[in-house]
Design a protein around this ligand. Structure first.
Ligand code: 13P
Ligand code: SF4
Length: 324
């Protein structure tokens, strides 16, 4: 659906309008690395989940425009409840967050009262409110290491990230069976083929991927860590990128002469060949430059949460922000 046709003569210059709206609203635009390049280009701050949560907690502006998914905007609202938090598309969800509904999760937690509950930030505010700690892929290992040895741990909702954290920390954890619909689909066989075709290429893998894919990695880490690996690498290096392709926009800025090869996903539902867009997050990609402009122009949709939920979900996020 075209909401504003910027290609027509006399049409709105979306990027210029967004800059003007930032001033008139006293707004700051935060964007995750998985956003479209043109959205990242108008943002005041671009980051991984942890960086964005930290930024949202300390922002001075009156309005936070969050170009990411719903749980990220919720975190911003919980940490800055007096700000107006706008999200270009309120329906930008997350398969991980949806895999842990608050009701069944509350029962699971109640069935293990001796466990410390560590929840990946990719979860709803209601699930965060049932948790002792939140974490992101940036600091999950540090968060788990901060819990006294011998204390049993529930880790939710990403079983693949949980499995990686168990291997990194040597801790046995009770895992919730969620997964990211993007990262679980990367094809191990096709990554092996790419590594053979490009000897010397550096394989960058997000820890939301299953163990056999992680086993092919030279670097495993959050989007920030993968970007830092490119910044620190040889200018002409070749990279196989095993995470959402939005990150390549900043990687290209960091190393314009490097080559970036996007790892393909398994074919979804047809036998015609590799699906080229299955590795795009359909939720992150709901936010377009048009919707960003419209949400600022209309100051809607905004993210609202009940005050008591904000209060209950805040402590595990504060603990997350203080670690790593
Ligand atoms: P990070 O930005 O923390 O690496 O997370 C990736 C992700 O899937 C966000 O939803
Ligand atoms: Fe959720 Fe995966 Fe999309 Fe991240 S990439 S927002 S974890 S569905």
């Amino acid at each position: 659906m075209v909401l504003v046709d910027a290609s027509q003569p006399g049409a709105v210059d979306l990027a210029a309008e967004i800059q003007a709206l930032k001033k008139s609203l006293n707004a700051v635009v935060l964007a995750h690395y998985y956003q479209y390049g043109e959205v990242q280009d108008v943002a005041d701050f671009i980051g991984d989940s942890l960086q964005l949560a930290r930024e949202a907690a300390q922002v001075k502006a009156d309005v936070i425009v969050f170009c990411g998914v719903h749980f990220m905007a919720e975190t911003a609202k919980i940490m800055s409840p007096d700000k107006l938090v706008l999200l270009p598309d309120l329906a930008a969800g997350c398969s991980l967050s949806e895999s842990a509904p608050a009701g069944p999760f509350a029962e699971f937690v109640a069935a293990h009262p001796d466990h410390t509950v560590v929840t990946y930030v990719n979860s709803s505010a209601a699930v965060k409110a049932l948790s002792d700690y939140c974490c992101t892929s940036s600091n999950a290992v540090d968060v788990v290491n901060s819990i006294p040895k011998g204390k049993p741990i529930i880790f939710a909702p990403d079983r693949f990230l949980g499995d990686w954290v168990m291997r990194e920390t040597g801790r046995d954890m009770l895992l919730w069976e969620g997964s990211c619909e993007v990262h679980e689909l990367f094809s191990e066989d096709k990554i092996v083929d790419l590594k053979q075709q490009h000897p010397g290429a550096i394989t960058l893998v997000h820890p939301e991927c299953p163990a056999p894919v992680r086993a092919l990695a030279d670097v495993i880490g959050s989007t920030k860590k993968l970007l830092e690996a490119v910044r620190a690498g040889e200018p002409n290096a070749t990279y196989v990128v095993v995470t959402e392709p939005g990150i390549i926009h900043q990687m290209q800025h960091a190393a314009p002469q490097a080559t970036f090869i996007m790892a393909p996903a398994e074919i979804r539902g047809n036998e015609q060949g590799a699906c080229t867009s299955c590795n795009e997050c359909p939720h992150m990609k709901r936010n377009t430059l048009e919707k960003l402009y419209l949400c600022m122009r209309d100051q809607s949709p905004s993210l609202e949460l009940p005050a008591d939920l904000i209060k209950r979900a805040r402590l595990p996020i504060e603990r997350m922000l203080s670690i790593g």
